[in-house]
Design a protein around this ligand. Structure first.
Ligand code: AMP
Ligand code: ZN
Length: 112
């Protein structure tokens, strides 16, 4: 399958990894939208948040534990935003589920 994030997960494409375990990888976004911008992906190919079900939701719970720990380790004490764009109108450009962790600036709400 020609999926850029599967290739990052298996090391075929280099990335600046900040965390990795048997279920997920976290790496720096190439085009950061905040002073800190990290992506967390499941190693398993899941297309988007719309494809989460009882067969794969355990990895999502695990990813949120990892997000919490990344936020602690990187001193995101003033706050951070977790975003998962799902589908074309939400701006999803890579069709492998990923969670953006953004920190280091203020964020508008509603997001626009
Ligand atoms: P989205 O638009 O929500 O699908 O997010 C995809 C994100 O992946 C964007 O923020 C891109 O900058 C980022 N991205 C795409 N290719 C790479 C790559 N090879 N390494 C790191 N980040 C990437
Ligand atoms: Zn993939």
């Amino acid at each position: 399958m020609d999926c850029i994030f599967c290739k990052i997960a298996n090391g075929e494409i280099p990335s600046e990894k900040v965390f990795e375990d048997e279920l997920c990888v976290a790496f720096k976004d190439l085009d950061p939208q905040a002073p800190s911008h990290i992506l967390v992906i499941p190693k398993e190919h899941i297309e988007s948040a719309a494809c989460i079900d009882s067969s794969n939701s355990a990895v999502i719970a695990h990813i949120f534990e990892v997000i919490s720990s990344i936020a602690r380790d990187n001193g995101f004490d003033n706050g951070f935003r977790v975003v998962s764009n799902c589908g074309e109108s939400a701006g999803q450009s890579v069709m492998h589920l990923h969670f953006h962790i953004l920190s280091g600036r203020d964020f508008a709400w509603p997001p626009g």
